[in-house]
Design a protein around this ligand. Structure first.
Ligand code: G3H
Ligand code: ZN
Length: 277
């Protein structure tokens, strides 16, 4: 299948009452593995890459890899920019063929966050691409970016933020965290409150480590997209770590890479099946 447009993917998920897992990629192996995991589970979802992870590749390379990975795909899969850090990254990804975008200006004061999102929305909507924005700030570690402050999404700011920015998906900070080092404590009553105010669907970042019952409950609170990064990265990295522990002279990169694809695919398949149970 072709890479599916983000608006179409959201509509498909809403129609079928599904949550979309958005799995973080970094390279060819992870991209192939995510496509495989989603196809094995026969579930739609997103492949996403953060601005931070584009350092070794570039948007054009990722679009090329994704197209190849989706050649035999039978399920709808979109390609999303995760934690887009600048307007330049947003433009580069849309121009390359990404079908969904996040602009993350959540570290900026409210009004500046709004301005950054407005700019991204104007560009993306011109090309029919939806925009995710974040209000509040997640604690934890997203690759090498560490955030120590924990600022939950203020429900009183939600409507104003969504109306002023025109964003299509809202990423919330409700006790969810990035990475595996801090235990997430999702405040479901706060999520419920936000869902009653927000006119658009919600996104949960930091999926790794959140109890599955919490995610399943959150489905009733207009949660449409859940991000999983660390769980997949761990499946990838541990493949090489285990092999190296066994044999410090291990050099078979191709066999280990193929094994890593299998391990990441299994993890993605497991996650998507459980969250939509
Ligand atoms: O944007 C990506 C994520 O929010 C991934 O978080 O690594 O805790 O699963 P995670
Ligand atoms: Zn995130």
């Amino acid at each position: 299948m072709k890479i599916v447009n983000g608006f179409d993917l959201i509509a498909h998920a809403e129609k079928h009452g599904l949550m979309l897992p958005a799995f973080n990629t970094t390279n060819l192996e992870m991209t192939y593995a995510i496509a495989k995991g989603l196809n094995n589970a026969k579930s739609p979802g997103m492949i996403q890459i953060s601005s931070n992870n584009l350092r070794l590749s570039d948007p054009e390379a990722i679009v090329y890899l994704t197209k190849r990975a989706l050649e035999d795909s039978d399920v709808p899969i979109g390609l999303h920019l995760d934690h887009g850090k600048s307007y330049e990254d947003v433009k580069a990804c849309v121009n390359a063929g990404f079908t969904s975008i996040m602009i993350d200006a959540s570290h900026l004061p409210f009004e500046e966050n709004i301005k950054e999102v407005q700019r991204a929305v104007e560009y993306c909507h011109f090309y029919g691409v939806p925009v995710e924005a974040e209000l509040g700030c997640l604690q934890g570690k997203e690759e090498d970016i560490v955030v120590e402050s924990d600022a939950k999404t203020d429900p009183d700011m939600v409507l104003d933020f969504v109306n002023q920015t025109g964003c299509d998906l809202l990423a919330v900070a409700v006790g969810n965290v990035h990475g595996l080092d801090i235990e997430p404590k999702v405040d479901l009553p706060l999520l419920k409150k936000i869902s009653e105010i927000s006119p658009i669907p919600l996104v949960m970042h930091g999926g790794s480590g959140i109890p599955f019952e919490t995610i399943q409950t959150a489905r009733a609170y207009n949660l449409i997209k859940v991000n999983y990064g660390s769980d997949l990265r761990k499946a990838f990295v541990s493949t090489f770590g285990v092999a190296y522990d066994k044999n410090h002279n291990e050099t078979n990169v191709i066999e280990l890479s193929l094994e890593a694809v299998e391990n990441v695919a299994k993890e993605a398949e497991k996650l998507v099946k459980i969250i939509n149970e």
